[in-house]
Structure formats: structure tokens, C-alpha cells
Design a protein around this ligand. Structure first.
Ligand SMILES: [Fe+2]
Length: 466
């Protein structure tokens, strides 16, 4: 087993976990804008112990949060594990006990214990900092100190790592998949947490089939659930085949309903087989819903149903149109971009509303496999794109937008991201003017070691954490 673990791609290079929790004051070059005051929280997998599964999957490592606090042009850094019940149990025994995506490999000592890793996203809502991972409840941490506080039990089940914060009402809209009693059930949930942090709605419904549903879309009146053929199967898992697998022969759906309606009103639109990890945004116009999504022709990172390797395709931004009053249930798909892209974001004050500015990690490397080496801005009104490509081998994180002030116009502000510098094997926090991405960073802060590749992050203004 040892050799296979050592060559696992998710345990080597800048995927490899860190062994330390640190506090650093960072060295700044250029200028970090004085109007940036707050913290960029990011998270990703960082397995505490060597995984039991020789085919360890990136999605199953313990969560580790990386916080970049910015004040008066200075940047400090802190990283801490999310001390989940799983993390504590394995700490106690000094080794990995859980099997990741392969429960057959679990140690009996893990039986009956919670397996959550809280490694996918970190979101601040109603005064609570929530570490999220789609297989479990939100896990609360303390702003600033990154102290682990525990699961928020009011959710009573799995919650997506991609809830949507309504910029008008302050509500957090969310869903869960596989929420039924049996593993890989096709039951999904739809929920709302109000602006004070109270869970005010959870309604369950049946998806057309069991699928991994990583993210969803919300407009000011509607909610959209993509159920695409990255399928889940207990039967398959029991036979030693992949629990989650790409099955392109299955139809691909997006369920649409009004946010305030009963789930029985869900209308299932059809798309061509493909997979969306992340939409940029969705909004309503003239009786239609427009969604901008990063669409893969085939789900990456997962095998086929027979266990054979899957595909290594990149995603491209496309525009989906749902005609709510039309006779067709087919989603119109139109290309928007010719770069491979991922981690799309926007000025989140326009979440669910018509908007002009989108941002994403992009591949301009001409490498054979997908290499996110650039940060892009797309002006959706003009179609013009600005790109900043980093050095050979460098890799970027998701770019996060922060407005220059609460009253600044849409898109006037800063992008923050973490760039891994391949040549030096260290990481920089970069700050870019969101309107002038092609000019490159206005300021950078160097972490005196690398920050492993991770998933998602969000900016939390200083006044929210005070
Ligand atoms: Fe995600």
C-alpha cells in the first residue's frame, strides 16, 4: 500500500498536506490597499494522517482553514485544522480510521462515528463562521482565532458547501443531497436560514436519480437544482465499484421552482449530459432565467461506473436559458468563453440579480492537462475579457471579490486570491484591482511556505468580526 499512497497525486506536490498550524506576519511587496480591512478565509483538504485508501480522493481530507487578515496595508496569516469529531477521534488514536470514499477500508474503530471533514467552503452568515462540506452539517468556527466550535445541529442533515446569501433579505438558501436514510439516496432537501441564523425551512424531495449535486443556483424568486449524471450507487459501492461515477448515458436535469413554492411544483428541465461543479450566478429576465455556469463535457476527478478512469476535461463558461413560459423543457446552451475556467465568482452584492462582472480562475498555459494559472474578469455587458497570467507552473486559487466600500458600484473593488509559486514552492496572497485585472497584482503578501491547493473562500469585512 505504501508505494501507491506515496504516488497518490493528491498527496504530492502542492496537494500534499501541511503538518503545522502557524501564525505569520507576511512580507508585503507593492501596496495592499488601505481600504481593504478584513479577512480572506479559505479552506481545503489537509489529511492529518496518511489515508487508509491508496486511491485517496482529494475531497475526503480533513479540512484546514487558511486566514489572511488585512489591516492598514499589513497582512497576517493563520492556519488551523477544523477539529471535527473525525479529526479528534483519529488524533486520539494517532492514525487514520475512516475509509474516505471507500467505506470498505474503514477501521472498525470508526464505526458509528461522524465522518465529516468540513473541508470545502467557509462562509460567514448571521455572525457565524461556517466550515462546510456537502456530506454533513455546517461546522462552526470562531472568526479570527479559528477555534473549532462544533456542528450547528439545527440543520439536522447534509448541507451543501455552496449556500447562497441573499443580498437583499440576508437569508441563506441551501440544499442537501443524499439526505435520505440509506446511503446514496436520491432524496434532496431545500432549506432557508433567515438573516438571524434561524433555520426556518427544510423541505425534502426526490431527485430523478442519486447524483452528486455540488452546487445550485438561486435568483431573487427561483431556485435551480442541477442533477447531472455523476451518479451515486450503494449497489455499486457494495460490489467494490465506485460509489460515485460518471454515467453519461443517463439524462441530465435541472429542477426549477419558485423559492417560496412547495417542492411538488419542481419542473425538471433537460440539458445535454455534462457536469457543473460551479455556477457563476443566475438571474431573471423577461420570463426567463439566465444562468452562467462552468460546464464540463464529462465530470472530471471521478471514474466511470465500471471503475475505469474518467476524463480530464476542462470546463467552459456557458449561458443557460430556461424559458419559464415556453413549451420546451430543454435548456438553451450558448458558449461564452474560449478558456478553460473554474471557481467562478461575482460581486456577491448581485447574487441572484442581473449583473455585469464575473471573475474566475482560467487556464492560459497551453498545458496538456488543465492548469489554472490565470485570473480572469469578464465584462458581461461587453463580452470583453481581461486576464492576468502568472509565471510558468504557478497555480491560482478562486478569486474573491471585495467591494471598495459598501456603496461602491458593482465591480469597483478588489480581487484576492492565493497563488502557488512553482519555482520557489511558496504561496502569495495577491490583491488585484477588479477593474484592471490585466495590470496584475497591486500588492502581494508572501507566506514563508506553501499553502496547499484548496477549494473555496470568502472575504469577511472587519466590522462583521468585531
Ligand atoms: Fe465547490
Amino acid at each position: 500500500m505504501g508505494d501507491r499512497v506515496r504516488t497518490n497525486p493528491y498527496l504530492s506536490g502542492n496537494f500534499a498536506p501541511l503538518a503545522t498550524e502557524d501564525d505569520f506576519e507576511l512580507t508585503v511587496t507593492g501596496e495592499i490597499p488601505r481600504d481593504l480591512a478584513g479577512t480572506l478565509y479559505r479552506t481545503g483538504p489537509n489529511p492529518q494522517f496518511t489515508p487508509r485508501d491508496p486511491n485517496y480522493h482529494w475531497f475526503t481530507g480533513d479540512g484546514m482553514v487558511h486566514a489572511f487578515q488585512i489591516e492598514n496595508g499589513k497582512v497576517s496569516y493563520r492556519n488551523r485544522y477544523v477539529r471535527t469529531p473525525r479529526w479528534s477521534l483519529e488524533r486520539e488514536h494517532g492514525r487514520a480510521l475512516f475509509g474516505g470514499f471507500n467505506p470498505m477500508l474503514a477501521d472498525p474503530l470508526s464505526a458509528g462515528h461522524d465522518s465529516g471533514v468540513a473541508n470545502t467552503n467557509i462562509v460567514s452568515h448571521a455572525g457565524r463562521l461556517l466550515a462546510l462540506e456537502e456530506g454533513h452539517m455546517p461546522f462552526e468556527m470562531e472568526h479570527g482565532s479559528l477555534k473549532s466550535l462544533g456542528y450547528v445541529e439545527a440543520y439536522k442533515g447534509r448541507v451543501t458547501a455552496h449556500p447562497k446569501l441573499d443580498p437583499v433579505t440576508g437569508e441563506m438558501t441551501w440544499f442537501g443531497y443524499g439526505v435520505g436514510d440509506a446511503p446514496f439516496s436520491r432524496t434532496m432537501s431545500y432549506g432557508i436560514t433567515d438573516a438571524t441564523g434561524q433555520v426556518t425551512r427544510r423541505t425534502d424531495f426526490e431527485a430523478p436519480y442519486s447524483a452528486m449535486v455540488h452546487d445550485f443556483m438561486v435568483t431573487d424568486n427561483h431556485v435551480l437544482f442541477p442533477v447531472m449524471p455523476l451518479t451515486g450507487s450503494l449497489d455499486r459501492a457494495m460490489k467494490g465499484l465506485p460509489g460515485y461515477a460518471w454515467e453519461p448515458d443517463k439524462p441530465s436535469y435541472v429542477g426549477v421552482m419558485r423559492r417560496d413554492a412547495e417542492v411538488s411544483s419542481l419542473r425538471w428541465f433537460n440539458t445535454r449530459p455534462g457536469y457543473v461543479f460551479h455556477p457563476m450566478n443566475a438571474y431573471e429576465a423577461d420570463g426567463k432565467i439566465i444562468a452562467h455556469v462552468c460546464l464540463y463535457d464529462a465530470a472530471p476527478l471521478f471514474p466511470l461506473a465500471d471503475g475505469s478512469p474518467g476524463f480530464r476535461s476542462g470546463a467552459r463558461l456557458v449561458r443557460w436559458t430556461f424559458d419559464l413560459s415556453g413549451a420546451t423543457d430543454t435548456v438553451l446552451e450558448e458558449p461564452m468563453d474560449d478558456l478553460d475556467s473554474e471557481f467562478p465568482r461575482l460581486d456577491e452584492r448581485r447574487t441572484g440579480l442581473s449583473y455585469r462582472h464575473g471573475y474566475y480562475a482560467a487556464d492560459t498555459s497551453n498545458a496538456k492537462s488543465v492548469k489554472m494559472n490565470a485570473i480572469a474578469h469578464m465584462d458581461l455587458a461587453t463580452g470583453q475579457r481581461q486576464v492576468c497570467s502568472f509565471g510558468p507552473g504557478d497555480m491560482v486559487s478562486e478569486p474573491v471579490f471585495t467591494p471598495r466600500s459598501a456603496s461602491a458600484a458593482e465591480g469597483e473593488g478588489w480581487l484576492t486570491a492565493v497563488v502557488w509559486r512553482a519555482a520557489d514552492n511558496v504561496s502569495d496572497l495577491v490583491v488585484m484591482d477588479a477593474m484592471n485585472v490585466d495590470r496584475g497584482p497591486v500588492g502581494m503578501a508572501r507566506v514563508p511556505r506553501r499553502v496547499p491547493f484548496g477549494f473555496h473562500g470568502n472575504w469577511v469585512p472587519a466590522e462583521v468580526q468585531a
